[in-house]
Design a protein around this ligand. Structure first.
Ligand SMILES: [Zn+2]
Length: 373
């Protein structure tokens, strides 16, 4: 297993900050229940004010904590810009509030910004179209599953609209960030490094003079970011670009201090990247071994990836993850898919060398459950 080093034992309480590098403040905001307690957000000191990196869920308590931060932690100076790593609600949820209050720009990559804007406008539900029915049928799900899923999402939306991808408060304009671009903040250069797979064009920021990286959800030290195929793009190959992104991130110095969006700040970036890559390789090998014995649907492969009983919503995420692993295996010519008479795809292993690679008794323990980030 990987040996990571965590200089801080615990998160700062919401409403307070800790300086974790010169001019870099760490704060946390609540996640509104669920399996994760915190999202980590960061403030970067500039000459005239502060930059906010990621903003928290659109909860009333998060907005209140922000006001507390604004009045106590900024030394009377304003926020001069908001940077969002990607379009998930815990990252963009307060971007509208902050940019309105300070009349400052929102910085995002283009794909993330327009995906957020598209979701904010609405349109056909992911779970109400013939395309989504077909997607789930092909994955091997029973007909009544979509109904259960709609109910689960409605209940959840009613209880906690903050978690919805359809964020209505996304600012009406933005400044585009691109991979490789440099942002100069407080005399220091922060390079934009784009990763893909968890979200379409996720921005990390790396400062070589501080050896600090703001990694968003692209590199997390404990949990494994969700990398899923979704019904709205059923033939996507997100795990391929995720693995490529992790590989590319290995270029950052080994002694980089990583400031992630969840869990604690840590050292050991290369160990973590290699650990994440081997985790997915291991999951793929377990799938190949299973599909060598008999062809299986995506649904039948869930116990290979997740040990725990899953509810309807977790099942969707787990299915998306299973299909992501299958699509990369197909790309590598290790798995073949057949559309059967019952409307399900069944996957079978086709690599003649599988016997030499396989080690069915020595896999990682399956993760407990899929996580939303
Ligand atoms: Zn995310």
């Amino acid at each position: 297993m990987t040996e990571l080093r965590y200089p801080y034992d615990e998160h700062p309480p919401p409403g307070t900050t800790v300086e974790v590098a010169p001019g870099v403040l760490w704060l946390t905001m609540p996640m509104g229940g669920g399996s994760l307690n915190h999202i980590n957000l960061y403030l970067l000191a500039d000459d005239e004010g502060w930059w906010v990196f990621d903003t928290g869920l659109p909860l009333a308590e998060t907005a209140e904590y922000w006001q507390q931060i604004f009045s106590t932690a900024l030394g009377g100076r304003p926020v001069v810009g908001v940077i969002c790593s990607h379009m998930h609600p815990d990252h963009i949820g307060q971007s509208g509030m902050i940019t309105e209050q300070f009349r400052c720009p929102l910085y995002m990559t283009r794909t993330e910004y327009y995906q957020a804007r598209t979701f904010s406008i609405g349109g056909p539900s992911h779970y109400g179209t013939w395309q989504s029915e077909e997607y789930f049928r092909r994955a091997g799900m029973p007909v009544d599953y979509l109904e259960a899923l709609r109910t689960a999402w409605q209940d959840r939306g009613g209880a906690n609209p903050a978690m919805s991808m359809s964020q209505t408060g996304v600012p009406g304009s933005y400044v585009r960030m691109q991979d490789g671009e440099i942002l100069t903040i407080g005399g220091r250069e922060w390079r934009v490094i784009v990763g893909q797979g968890h979200s379409p064009e996720h921005a990390c920021l790396y400062c070589s003079s501080l050896k600090v990286m703001l990694s968003g959800d692209q590199i997390l030290p404990v949990i494994t970011s969700n990398v899923s195929v979704h019904a709205n793009e059923p033939y996507a190959n997100p795990l391929m670009v995720w693995m490529e992104s992790l590989d590319r991130l290995l270029a950052v110095p080994a002694d980089t201090f990583v400031l992630p969006a969840h869990n604690l700040p840590f050292y050991g970036v290369r160990d973590r990247l290699r650990g994440l890559m081997s985790h997915h390789e291991d999951r793929m090998l377990a799938i190949e071994e299973h599909c060598a014995l008999e062809p299986a649907t995506a649904k039948e492969l869930l116990p290979v990836l997740f040990a725990r009983e899953l509810d309807a919503r977790q099942m969707t995420m787990a299915l998306g993850e299973a299909i992501a692993h299958l699509h990369l295996l197909m790309h590598r010519n290790r798995i073949e898919r057949e559309l059967c008479e019952d409307g399900c795809y069944r996957y079978r292993s086709i690599d003649p060398d599988l016997g030499r690679r396989s080690h069915p008794d020595r896999h990682d323990a399956p993760s407990d459950q899929p996580v939303m980030v």
